[in-house]
Design a protein around this ligand. Structure first.
Ligand code: GLY
Length: 414
């Protein structure tokens, strides 16, 4: 038997039996990440180039973005997590270099994704180095993000305009479920400055999302549009999902992760209930495949769900999986398993199952392939006809984060 022995641990509410071979699982995946990230560093060229890996194109060539896209923080963030586990000084040096390229973002206000952009990069940098210059950049970024909050809507405006797929209108105060993720930056800034306005904005936004973005059955709308005069909801549609009334898998994943994080920061049981409800909806869904890596939308091509006339989802019948949604969910479930009374086992086992699926040859790329990204088979946006069945830098980031969270669980268990 390969299982050396069993360890019983009690960590707070958690009684968990750990298998020693799982240490090897985590170790070998970090070693793979270390190898792929180093190959990617070679590909991405000069350290000073202001472009950031995102995916690959049809010919397998790396696609890079400028720093103002929503994804530049994930590559530095992955370098930080890989350094944290491996203690590889080359990864650390590169994590510093790639993070510091993002410094101009501290004053960025053109969309809501500053949380992803700076918290995954500078947030991890500050956590692992304690460098106060990084803390100050994070605080300034939180101030910039706060400028997008409006007391009437009680929400941070995600995008400046959202063009409906139905072709009939533009919305000027769209809020997307993804925005839950950007609140972590505000909670951080509130704690380090003592300025209560950050927390006020984060909690108010989360309350509005809980009320307007999460359906009574705990599935989710992607985009909720507000009227800034009345504060009322004037539309609920989708941008990246199949149909307005469907549930986009990554949106549901952002919700599970976001409400779990807001519960951690507030201790408010309403947010825990929402996180659990969204997690249960995801995990208990009859259409969730056995490996627990979801299709890109839980309702794609099903009766009762119709894409807007201008959406490319009308043309796509392939049942694509989204490894990014699975990775985000796995990471969230590890955290949620530490809070959810009576459901610890369910969430932890599901997180481990997802991680093992993603680390299998069905999703994890062969070494040196896949543009040196770790995971294959994610979906950026089928409605926009972009990034369909490709690697994505954020799938890798949340996969590595989930591995790190699993490692913490195993370490506590031992
Ligand atoms: N926040 C954009 C996405 O999840 O694709």
């Amino acid at each position: 038997m390969k299982l050396w022995t069993y360890f019983l641990v009690t960590t707070g509410l958690l009684a968990f039996t750990a298998d020693r071979s799982e240490d090897d699982f985590v170790k070998s995946n970090f070693s793979f990440a270390q190898q792929q990230l180093k190959l990617m560093l070679r590909e991405t060229g000069a350290e000073k180039a202001l472009t950031f890996p995102r995916t690959i194109n049809a010919t397998g060539k790396m696609v890079l973005t400028n720093m103002y896209d929503w994804t530049p923080g994930f590559f530095p963030g992955s370098l930080w997590y890989a350094y944290e586990y491996t203690k590889d000084s080359k990864l650390r040096q590169q994590a510093v270099a790639w993070t510091e390229k993002l410094e101009p973002l501290k004053d960025f206000t053109r969309h809501h994704d500053l949380g992803f952009m700076v918290y995954c990069s500078y947030g991890n940098a500050y956590r692992l180095t304690g460098n106060t210059a990084y803390r100050d950049i994070l605080v300034q970024a939180a101030r910039s993000l706060s400028t997008r909050f409006n007391e009437v809507t009680g929400s941070i405006k995600s995008w400046n305009v959202f063009k409906s797929w139905h072709g009939n209108r533009n919305y000027y105060y769209p809020v997307i479920i993804d925005n839950m993720m950007n609140l972590e930056l505000l909670f951080f800034a509130g704690k380090v400055t003592g300025d209560t306005s950050f927390r006020h904005i984060a909690v108010t936004h989360a309350e509005q999302a809980m009320k307007n973005q999460v359906r009574p059955d705990y599935s989710s709308w992607h985009v909720v549009c507000y009227d800034t005069i009345t504060g009322k909801v004037e539309g609920r549609e989708t941008a990246q999902g199949y149909a307005d009334n469907s549930t986009w898998a990554r949106g549901q994943a952002w919700g599970i992760y976001g409400f779990t994080m807001v519960y951690r920061e507030t201790g408010d049981p309403r947010f825990l209930r929402t996180a659990e409800g969204m997690a249960d909806w995801f995990l208990d869904h009859s259409d969730l495949p056995e490996d627990k890596v979801p299709y890109w939308d839980f309702n794609a091509n099903q009766p009762g769900f119709t894409p807007g006339i201008n959406s490319n989802a009308n043309k796509v019948t392939g049942r694509y999986r989204d490894a990014s949604a699975a990775a985000i969910t796995a990471s969230a479930l590890f955290e949620l398993s530490g809070y959810a009374k009576g459901k610890e086992d369910k969430y932890r086992k599901a997180a481990i199952r997802i991680l093992h699926s993603l680390a299998s040859s069905a999703y994890r790329a062969p070494a040196g392939k896949n543009g040196n990204f770790l995971l294959m088979h994610s979906v950026g946006s089928i409605p926009h006809n972009t990034e369909i069945d490709v690697p994505l830098v954020y799938a890798d980031y949340y996969f590595i984060e989930a591995l790190q969270r699993y490692n913490h669980l195993l370490t506590r268990a031992l």
